[in-house]
Structure formats: C-alpha cells, structure tokens
Design a protein around this ligand. Structure first.
Ligand code: FE2
Ligand code: FE2
Length: 306
C-alpha cells in the first residue's frame, strides 16, 4: 500500500487520529532517497503548526480514572521519560543554533527549539489534566516527575547532552563538536530512543481503539515534528561524511558506540510487564530501535562496524 504522504504532511490535529505513526515516519525514509533542503524542512514546519491548547483531554481523563494500576504505572514510566526529556532537549538546543555552520541550518534549528518547547508544554498539560498533580509551576512539576533509577537515561540527559551543549557554547566554531552533538541529539536521542518509544506507545493505543484521544493526536503531531528534526540530523551528518569521510565517519561512529548501551538502558522498563502487558517484549523494542538506527546510518553513509 502506498502511503499518502501529502495527506499526512497537511493533516491538522483533528485528522491526526486517523494517522499511523509508521506512515508519519515514512517521511524520514522517503527523505533518504531524495533529501529535502534545510529550507524545505523550514517550510514544512510553517505548514505543520499545531497548538497544545487545541487538544481535548476529556476522554483521556476518563480512561485514566478507569485504568488499572499497572496501566497507570506503565504510562507514568514512559511519560516521565518523555516529559523530562523534552524539557532537557529544549534547554540544550540554543548552543546548536549558535554553532550552526550555515544560516539555513540556524533557521531550521530555531524552529526546532520552538517545537521542543511545545512538546514540553504538551506533557505539562497532560499531567495537569489527566494524571493530576499539585505542582504549582513547571519547575516544581519537573522535579516531581524526574525519572529515577535509570543510569542510561541519566548519563544521556544529565551528562552527555549538557556537556555537548556546553562544548558548543564555549566554542561555536568547533565543527567536530557540532557533528558529535548532532549524532547524540538527533540520531541517538530523537531518531533511536524517542521515536521508538513513541512508535510502541501510539501503536498500543491504536490497538486498544484509543486513537481518538487527545494524547494520541498530540503525540502523533509530536512524532511528525520529530520526523523533520531527524531528517535535519541525517542531512547534516550525510553532508559531513560526503565532505570528509575520513575525518567525520570515525567521530560519528565513536559517539554511537559510546551511546549504544545507554540506548537499551533507557528503553528498558523497571518492570517487564510495562511492555509485555501491551503485547510487546523488551527485546522487540530494542531490536526496532537498532533497526531504525541502522537505517539512519545507511542514509548518512556509514556503518557501525568498529
Ligand atoms: Fe521533541
Ligand atoms: Fe525533537
């Protein structure tokens, strides 16, 4: 079946309930054959605006009140990782904008900052209206939901990501740092970890007939934003490898090899039933993540063989 990419590209929030995540992600794969320019990605951003305030979480709240304990625990585990992660990537992107080697990249990355802020607000609203919280502001809520007991996650979001951003802020002309940063941010965190988590959660909601919920629509819009971000990352690294493969391919490979255990660490639930309950296995999820990573690497023009 051919996917109607134009329909997905133009869909508004109301129509997101009819859209499957796999079809949204096929934009990235199509891009690989025919890479959009940075300004094409900018124009897509202009055409794909959506507002958190347009979502309706009434049914989501009803589901929450009727959910089993296991359901709630599994959802909270996933949403804590996402919510905190969205805020972390919002906070650390500005140095990438400064370090962008061309104005076209700078413009695209500025749109991405707005997206990441919107994704953070999406989870803030979900927390207030669905899960519930007494937190008085976003800062308090982020402290309340910060994921615990996950070494891989902590190392990625509290060590590697801020230190990469700091390295770029200290020396925005350091293109090696930019290449390593895009590998970490766009390829490891967004393309491999976030899109894998999103894919399994959205497919599980769809299997349960919950694709008319506010969360499903908003999270699908988030995934469509991520498909632009990932395309940007692939393009940056593909260009770097084409320009000087001997220099940049080993830099990208080194970053990936260091991050591999953190990927499975982050995706690994504290209780296996958080995924088996919904018909999946941990190894299936990690295998999907690795397969997506390998697809992106082929597009960039490298492989993982050390
Ligand atoms: Fe995001
Ligand atoms: Fe993103």
């Amino acid at each position: 079946m051919t996917v109607d990419l134009d329909r997905i590209a133009r869909a508004n929030l109301r129509e997101m309930g009819d859209i499957r995540i796999d079809d949204v992600l096929s934009f990235i794969d199509r891009g690989i054959e025919n890479m959009p320019s940075y300004m094409d990605l900018y124009r897509r951003w202009e055409a794909q605006q959506w507002a958190v305030s347009d979502l309706d979480f009434t049914l989501d709240r009803q589901d929450w009140l009727e959910a089993t304990d296991l359901d709630r625990k599994a959802t909270l585990w996933s949403h804590r990782l996402f919510f905190n992660g969205e805020e972390r990537v919002t906070a650390t992107l500005a140095p990438f904008v400064w370090a962008a080697p061309t104005p076209e990249m700078e413009i695209f990355l500025s749109t991405q900052m707005v997206d990441e802020a919107r994704h953070t607000v999406f989870f803030d609203r979900w927390w207030h209206e669905v899960a519930g919280t007494d937190a008085k502001n976003l800062g308090e809520l982020l402290v309340e939901i910060r994921p615990d007991a996950n070494e891989g996650y902590n190392e990625l979001f509290y060590d590697r990501l801020p230190s990469t951003a700091q390295r770029l802020a200290s020396n925005p002309k350091d293109f090696d740092a930019f290449v390593e940063g895009v590998t970490l941010y766009h390829i490891v965190i967004e393309a491999t970890i976030a899109l894998t988590g999103q894919r399994f959660e959205l497919e599980s909601m769809r299997d349960q007939g919950l694709n008319d919920r506010g969360f499903y629509k908003g999270f699908t819009a988030v995934a469509r934003d991520e498909s632009r971000h990932v395309s940007f990352g692939i393009k940056v690294l593909q260009e770097a490898v084409r320009e000087d493969g001997e220099r940049y391919a080993p830099l990208i490979q080194k970053t990936l090899v260091e991050c591999l255990p953190l990927i499975s660490g982050t995706l690994d639930p504290p209780d296996p039933s958080y995924v088996t309950e919904f018909g999946y296995t941990e190894s299936e999820i990690v295998a999907y993540a690795m397969e997506s990573l390998n697809k992106r690497l082929r597009a960039i023009g490298i492989n993982l063989a050390a």
